[in-house]
Design a protein around this ligand. Structure first.
Ligand code: R5P
Length: 297
């Protein structure tokens, strides 16, 4: 298999090579009139290929990803798997009157461009898989997120889901960390996110596990509620840390001492804070690609 990796994801290359994958070269440039142009430097004819990148904003990422997919198929690639460590548009998974379904739209673009399979980490919901017109493999982050719990060396700890929907992820993380105590918060949405009460036992230390930290609104509200319930020290563990805007930094004011996140978003690899701990998702992705190949796709 040849992996065509967008530059910002080069930190995953070593893991892919360890699994025996070779890397392919390509360029994406613009004509003077700004139209994009993709060119392969590595032949892809009759090869199984993977593209590692993102369709998340800025929007040119989606255009470049789908153009490269089309280019590989034009060049005769036998198959193209999209490796999208963070699956953008996945939160647009419910039909709302007068609104498009972002996940279905993005999936149709990927499929029409020639993607045969998507591999991602911890996708937002099962509904996403149903909206996509191509097979999706969502890798389970539980063992990686469990690191956040194990490193605390606190046997008397509770792992908290910020809503009922996150309970399965939380239970799997708890079991991977060997922790028995799991709780969840009741969450309502009306003009923003509000957490009403903790369902379960409060302990001095808690780890909140969620899929996405975006603006931080959800986790700030959850942290406030945990403090009210008597929790003194909070650790946050998320699969995808988008760190949009500045408001998420208010987490530090609400008892959050550290944030663990996977490196599914390239920008986190450059974050320099002793309170932000980045866990490599490369081994998980590389193993999955290897298994995908071994199954003969
Ligand atoms: C919600 O359903 C998700 O699981 C996340 O909790 C949410 O999308 C995070 O977004 P923000 O950080 O902007 O609240």
């Amino acid at each position: 298999m040849i992996a065509f990796v967008f530059d910002e994801f080069n930190y995953l290359l070593a893991y892919l090579r360890e699994m025996g994958l070779t890397s392919g070269d390509f360029t994406i440039e613009r004509y003077p009139n700004q139209e994009l142009r993709a060119q392969l430097k590595t032949p892809a004819r009759n090869k199984d290929c993977a593209i590692v990148g993102t369709i998340a904003p800025p929007d040119h990422n989606l255009v470049e990803f789908t153009l490269l997919t089309h280019t590989l198929k034009q060049a005769g690639a036998s198959s193209v798997v999209a490796v999208l460590p963070y699956l953008a548009y996945a939160r647009q998974d419910k039909a709302q009157a007068g609104e498009g379904l972002g996940m279905a739209w993005a999936g149709q673009l990927l499929a029409a461009s020639g993607i045969d399979q998507i591999i991602s980490v911890d996708i937002h919901s099962q509904a996403d898989a149903e909206l996509l017109p191509i097979p999706l493999k969502s890798l389970n982050p539980a063992k990686l997120l469990a690191q956040s719990v194990k490193e605390l060396h606190a046997p008397d700890i509770v792992i908290v889901a910020p809503d009922r929907g996150a309970l399965e992820r939380v239970s799997q993380t708890a079991s991977a960390a060997g922790v028995k105590r799991v709780a969840h918060l009741e969450k309502v949405r009306s003009k923003g996110v509000t957490h009403l009460k903790l369902v379960g036992e409060a302990k001095e230390k808690a780890v909140i596990v969620d899929d996405i930290l975006d603006t931080g609104e959800t986790l700030i509200s959850a942290a406030k509620q945990l403090q009210k319930a008597g929790v003194k020290e909070i650790t946050v563990a998320v699969s995808h840390a988008l760190f949009t805007g500045q408001d998420w930094q208010k987490l530090w004011r609400w008892g959050v001492k550290r944030i663990y996140c996977l490196d599914t978003i390239p920008a986190v690899t450059a974050m320099r804070s002793f309170r932000i701990k980045v866990i490599a998702c490369g081994p998980l992705l590389a193993r999955s690609l290897r298994a995908h190949l071994a199954r003969g796709r």
